[in-house]
Design a protein around this ligand. Structure first.
Ligand SMILES: Nc1nc2c(ncn2[C@@H]2O[C@H](COP(=O)(O)OP(=O)(O)OP(=O)(O)O)[C@@H](O)[C@H]2O)c(=O)[nH]1
Length: 408
């Protein structure tokens, strides 16, 4: 009898060890050090899985952060934050290698097809006419307005084109097309500083907050910016301060895992400010170049959301200056987006706009009106759902792409 009991005990222990090992092979979610905010966890790409590459969806283990006292996932050793992020993937791991940011807008110009066919082609057809009549100029004006270029900018473009067409004397479609590109470039603010403040300072990482309403593409954009930075050779840490929607943290983690970037996340419904603080703290200890913090876009009330954003920024600033606050706007929402944007600019000092979903609208001129109305430069544009469909904004290249035609 005693022998049977011993045999049963051995089998049970073996089974438990086996299950523990299997779980340990999933996503690695590690409690941070003892000073970490309650419920905050750090996830990093799995370092020792032999295969398959991380480009596929990772195995998910329930977030440890939901239970404040949870201990590290079985089989994990607590990784000192100063070791982060891995400079190279461990043997057997294949991270995505995103392309560098330079020249992306030119590569993605065909994504502006909808804007181009309504704005560019419409204008080119009129400009190609032998002699431009009053009706033609009106048509040009209407086309620009319909593409959301805005009244003031449209008036400026049309007036200047008219003057210059007189100088040209004859109807030269190609020359007028080039003039149109120049005028569009001029209203896009070619001299605005669009540098993303993501360069590491001497003693600390750059800190970027990503804000905007839900559905605008914040989390996706955060992940895409991480890829842009990794593609440019920088080290990044992500902070999932959108604790309102648990899936947002999972989504962000997955983006990070694909390029070898760790994520700090909190318990669902936890305090976003403490997650943001923790992310910046870990980023500083790990000496990364930039910490990107995703924030919530939805709360029970709009004023609640704005108060929360303000708090996130204030709390982070106890530890580090915030170098960039990027407001993500959905280009397909047109003027509504501008109204939303104003609410955000009242709560935090927005330093740059990311205009997403420009591939899904015929109103590419929204870039002009958003910038003019808010007085904030568009720094990045989203041109598709693909992982690398985010490009630094370049006025001339954008104007060329919108107008299309021969000189492209
Ligand atoms: N076509 C297109 N889709 C985009 C672009 N950027 C983001 N999206 C899509 O927009 C949808 C919403 O993106 P999310 O990143 O989840 O939006 P969010 O603002 O974080 O939303 P919440 O987490 O609910 O606040 C996703 O399906 C994205 O793939 C873009 O540039 N083009």
């Amino acid at each position: 009898m005693e022998f049977v009991l011993i045999a049963v005990a051995v089998v049970v222990v073996a089974l438990l060890v086996g299950v523990g090992l299997l779980v340990g092979r999933g996503r690695r979610t590690t409690r941070l050090d003892d000073d970490a905010a309650r419920g905050t966890t750090l996830t990093r790409p799995r370092p020792t899985d032999p295969a398959p590459p991380v480009t596929t969806a990772p195995t998910t283990v329930p977030p440890v952060g939901t239970a404040p006292d949870a201990s590290p996932v079985s089989g994990d050793t607590l990784v000192p934050p100063a070791d982060l992020p891995p400079a190279e993937p461990e043997p057997g791991l294949v991270f995505d290698v995103p392309p560098p940011s330079a020249g992306r807008l030119v590569r993605l110009r065909s994504r502006l097809a909808r804007s181009q066919s309504s704005l560019g082609r419409g204008l080119l057809t009129v400009l190609a006419r032998e002699k431009l009549t009053e009706d033609d100029w009106e048509e040009i004006e209407e086309t620009l307005l319909a593409a959301d270029v805005g009244v003031a900018a449209t008036t400026q473009i049309v007036q200047r084109l008219r003057t210059q067409s007189l100088v040209l004397a004859t109807g030269d479609g190609a020359a007028l097309r080039d003039l149109l590109v120049s005028e569009l470039t001029a209203v896009l603010g070619p001299d605005l500083d669009r540098t993303l403040a993501t360069d590491r300072e001497l003693d600390r990482p750059a800190v970027v907050l990503v804000v905007g309403v839900n559905g605008a593409g914040k989390t996706t954009t955060c992940g895409k910016i991480a890829r842009v930075l990794v593609g440019d050779g920088r080290s990044v840490l992500l902070g999932a301060a959108d604790t309102f929607r648990a899936a947002a943290a999972d989504q962000l983690e997955t983006w990070g895992e694909r390029v070898g970037v760790p994520t700090v996340r909190g318990a669902e419904g936890g305090d976003p400010a403490s997650v943001a603080y923790e992310a910046v703290k870990v980023g500083r200890e790990a000496d990364v170049d930039a910490v990107l913090v995703d924030t919530a876009g939805r709360l029970h009330t709009k004023s609640g959301l704005m108060d929360e954003l303000g708090k996130v920024k204030r709390v982070v600033e106890k530890l580090s200056p915030v170098d960039e606050v990027l407001l993500v706007l959905d280009a397909t929402t047109g003027q509504n987006g501008v109204v939303q944007a104003r609410v955000f600019t009242e709560a935090v000092t927005v330093t740059g706009i990311v205009l997403t979903k420009l591939d899904g609208t015929a109103k590419g001129g929204i870039v002009v009106s958003v910038q003019r109305e808010l007085g904030i430069p568009v720094k990045l544009v989203g041109l598709g759902e693909g992982a690398d469909d985010l490009a630094p904004f370049e006025p001339r290249a954008f104007a060329e792409a919108l107008v299309g035609g021969q000189a492209e």
